[in-house]
Write a protein that binds this ligand. Sequence first.
Ligand code: 5GP
Length: 115
Amino acid sequence: MTGTKTIFKKIIDREIPARIVYEDELSLAFYDVAPQAPVHVLVIPKREIPSLAAATESDQQVLGHLLWVIKKIADDLKLDQGYRVVTNIGQDGGQSVHHLHFHLLGGRQMKWPPG
Ligand code: 5GP
């Protein structure tokens, strides 16, 4: 199983380092290694869910929890001017790590539509 671990599972298991900003029994949040904004945090479930598309009804609680964690981190980081939350799903969504994650982006004016 070790050979199939995603990079995020390795961060959860403390096999590779990350700048962790928040952790609880269900979730982990850490700074993105290639930030796209002054604040770029990734919020992930400890449970291995490959993407939002792979979530099941039994994941409802953790999905809601992740959004609550994002809100708390945004408050802690004083993103008072606003921020963006993104989850990329599959090939068309541009997902590169197949462990569900929400990008919390802030600290600059976001543009729309995204690329
Ligand atoms: P995705 O493209 O799947 O939506 O987002 C994956 C994100 O994970 C990217 O923003 C990428 O920079 C970030 N990332 C990839 N590898 C690592 C890593 O080893 N550590 C951290 N902190 N972020 C990573």
